[in-house]
Unconditional design. Structure first.
Length: 173
């Protein structure tokens, strides 16, 4: 059991990796949002020529219809739905009293039961269990689509309200 660590630290590291993965998903999605705005932060839009529906329009009159692109495209908002992690480890000794050095608190901002008041289990994740192949880890991560955040939904709603006809004309004029 050469590379022992506390089980608490191992679980904390695994949980931290899942949180970091969700943060990266969100950062990627936020960076994609800038694709829908120009260098002056104006929404990119598409202008469409359509037959005019104006009551006084002639037969050949057309409307120019402007629509911001963001509300027209699907926004794939992903989030981690669940994670299943299994690993093989040799169980080491239970340590009473002061926590091992890798269990030092990371100033979480709240207080719970003192770390010195509970026993700490040591494990060797590199040992690999019964077949001794080495520390094998199996990760199953599922993501799912979710609704846009309130802020994103409001932005898309506001942009949707700005779309519409901005000029009616006869094409040969």
């Amino acid at each position: 059991m050469a590379a022992q660590t506390s089980l608490n630290t191992l679980i904390e590291a695994i949980a931290g990796a899942v949180v970091d993965a969700q943060d990266r998903i969100e950062q990627h999605q936020m960076s994609h949002l800038s694709d829908f705005f120009d260098e002056d932060n104006r929404p990119k839009s598409v202008v469409i020529r359509m037959p005019s529906l104006h009551p006084k329009a002639g037969e050949d009159d057309e409307d120019l219809y402007r629509a911001p692109i963001l509300p027209l495209v699907s926004t794939n908002v992903l989030r981690i739905k669940d994670v299943e992690i299994t690993f093989d480890a040799d169980i080491g000794p239970i340590v009473e009293g002061n926590p091992p050095s890798d269990d030092d608190p990371h100033e979480p901002g709240w207080k719970g039961k003192s770390a010195v008041a509970r026993p700490h289990l040591r494990v060797d994740p590199a040992a690999g269990g019964n077949d001794r192949r080495g520390g094998s880890v199996h990760v199953k991560l599922r993501v799912e689509g979710s609704e846009p955040t309130d802020g994103a939904a409001r932005l898309m709603n506001h942009l949707s309200q700005t779309q519409g006809v901005f000029k009616t004309f006869t094409p040969d004029d």
